[in-house]
Design a protein around this ligand. Structure first.
Ligand SMILES: C[S@@+](CC[C@H](N)C(=O)[O-])C[C@H]1O[C@@H](n2cnc3c(N)ncnc32)[C@H](O)[C@@H]1O
Length: 130
């Protein structure tokens, strides 16, 4: 679907650095964006969830994260994360200098407290970035 390809392309082009280290958190069973990024050259990407759908997903509870998983990341993104974990996604920044991208279900406001993410429209896709 075009919105997911556009979303993946935006992430891919966000940093020129290669290799680029990316994590998708709260991936669930929806791996379309992960799969697109994983096929690209110079991309190291992991998928993380508290309830891994299979053995290719790393188990971690981002409300009590394992810092090792988040060091050296350049980009962390999450698709349709529940509002209660949204502030914890931003807190992962304490382990790295990563850009954080959240794609909500609709374009609803996020639960990120005093940290205001910026709404970005890129082609058919829209999401928040900090
Ligand atoms: C609404 S689903 C979205 C799944 C997928 N990204 C999608 O868009 O279809 C939220 C996901 O976040 C995961 N999740 C919830 N709490 C979490 C936590 N504390 N740490 C990591 N993942 C969590 C759930 O297991 C679930 O897979």
């Amino acid at each position: 679907m075009k919105i997911w390809k556009d979303f993946g392309e935006y992430i891919l082009n966000l940093c020129e650095k290669r290799p680029i280290n990316i994590a998708e958190v709260g991936v669930g069973k929806f791996t379309m964006v992960y799969d697109f990024l994983n096929e690209q050259e110079g991309v190291n990407i992991v998928k993380i969830d508290i309830t891994p759908a299979d053995e290719t997903v790393i188990r971690d509870d981002i409300t009590n994260p394992n810092p090792e998983l988040y060091r050296d990341l350049d980009i962390i993104y999450s698709i349709r994360p529940p509002s209660e974990i949204q502030p914890h996604i931003l807190k992962l920044k304490e382990f790295n200098d990563a850009k954080i991208i959240i794609k909500p279900l609709f374009n609803e406001d996020l639960n990120t407290g005093s940290k205001k993410m910026k709404l970005k429209n890129y082609r058919k896709s829209s999401f928040y970035i900090l």
